[in-house]
Design a protein around this ligand. Structure first.
Ligand SMILES: *Cc1c(COP(=O)(O)O)cnc(C)c1O
Length: 409
């Protein structure tokens, strides 16, 4: 028989979100009358902009005509879309030849792990979006889980906690490391300042590191002084790859469309071009994003589409504010709960001192019938934290907040 891929045998327990779903299912089965509200998984809930949906529908119907039909598209994605992404989001800091359209940021991160292979050193923010670590384990860039629960062998965990304003201490990062940074952050909501990113970029350039910059929540940034792309920082073009997505701003979590930016100046140790190998990955292991989704992406970037995306993000940010206000309530304060919400990301990250994340998760599920996400699922430094997602219908968020405000902790 064929031996199991050791990367998979090294993976511990379930992936976080399936475990959340399992507990929810079990609770619902045992309490059939409970009306469960999810503030858990970061999945969009509001309908697509009719303008964007119509562009996809028109494109799809056009595919049934000789004039409108198209098969495989341009190598790195629809050229008009890449040019528009460059113009709208990277005016002057990256061009269309450096942009690759994909089926989403998570898929790009998995392919990036193929690009760097098993011999690369990896450092992650702790807590972090699970694919950085789990994907590294699968490709063999990390080893087995350590028995003391402090993570996987071969991965450097960089704690991001209230004590360091959720920005990692880079002195723990070795030379030539692949460094995963997410801003605005999932799960903590922290958004890196220009100064913090400059520190990061200077460190990476001085130490031969490459930063994988996950900017999936860039559209939530409302503070004009905060950078939306790492390429706004001088020096980033020689040390960073940015991954990005239409999932959160345009509600494309199910439609599937994202992009990556790999600057022409970015090089491997032997002087070869990272952009060229990434083109190879994208053309040999991936055959392009759906042309229907790309038509939607183009519509999302015209005047009406940009307005619709902003409105959608504003809606979720207003939910986040309601959740933050609830967690600042006297019942939470009495238990010493500290809630962090920056207004520049969709997550409220709350610390429950002296408690385990899964214990608080179960308590909130049981007493409020609200599903959250346990912080410990994002890494060792997430223990005692709970992530509340602002993705939800307003009336559900209001109902969840009403229940939470009565919770006795
Ligand atoms: C939701 C999310 C993504 C989006 O992934 P897609 O595959 O584009 O849907 C990427 N990174 C983070 C941190 C996310 O939370």
């Amino acid at each position: 028989m064929i031996a199991r891929n050791t990367g998979f045998s090294n993976l511990t327990a379930g992936y976080l979100f399936p475990e959340v779903a399992r507990r929810r299912r079990e609770y619902a089965a045992a309490h059939p009358a409970a009306s469960i509200i999810s503030l858990g998984i970061g999945n969009t809930t509001e309908p697509l902009s009719p303008h964007i949906a119509k562009a996809m529908s028109d494109y799809a119907l056009g595919l049934a005509t000789p004039e409108g039909y198209s098969g495989y598209g341009d190598e790195q994605g629809n050229t008009a879309l890449r040019e528009r992404i460059a113009e709208v989001f990277y005016n002057g800091i990256a061009d269309a030849s450096e942009i690759f359209v994909s089926d989403g940021a998570k898929c790009d991160i998995a392919r990036i792990q193929t690009l760097f292979g098993r011999d690369v050193s990896v450092a992650v923010q702790d807590p972090a979006y699970p694919v950085y670590v789990d994907g590294s384990v699968v490709v063999g860039a990390a080893g087995a889980a350590k028995s003391d629960g402090s993570g996987y062998e071969g991965i450097t965990y960089l704690p991001c906690t209230p004590e360091n304003n959720f920005f990692p201490d880079l002195s723990k990062v070795g030379k030539n490391t692949l460094l995963y940074i997410c801003s605005p952050n999932n799960p903590t909501g922290a958004t890196a300042t220009r100064g913090q990113l400059k520190t990061l970029v200077d460190f990476a350039n001085a130490n031969g590191c490459i930063i994988i910059y996950d900017a999936a929540y860039f559209a939530f940034i409302r503070d004009e002084s905060l950078p939306k792309s790492i390429f706004e920082i001088e020096g980033a073009r020689t040390c960073a790859i940015e991954v990005n997505s239409f999932s959160k701003p345009a509600g494309f979590t199910g439609v599937r469309l994202g992009w990556s930016v790999v600057p022409n100046e970015l090089k491997f140790a032997d002087g070869s071009s990272v952009n060229r190998d990434w083109n190879r990955v994208m053309t040999t292991l991936f055959n392009g994003a759906s042309n229907i989704a790309q038509a939607g992406g183009l519509a999302a970037l015209d005047e009406q589409g940009l307005k619709d995306m902003k409105d959608s993000v504003d809606y979720y940010l207003a939910n986040g504010k309601l959740i933050k206000e609830t967690l600042d309530g006297s019942n939470f304060k009495a238990a010493g709960v500290e809630a962090y919400f920056t207004g520049n990301g969709p997550y409220v990250w709350a610390k429950f001192p002296g408690r385990k994340s899964w214990e608080v998760f179960d308590l909130i599920l049981d007493k409020c019938n609200v599903v959250t996400t346990p912080g410990s699922g994002f890494g060792p430094s997430g223990e005692s934290f709970i992530r509340f997602s602002s993705f939800g219908h307003r009336k559900d968020v209001e109902e969840a907040c009403a229940r939470l405000s009565k919770l006795v902790l």
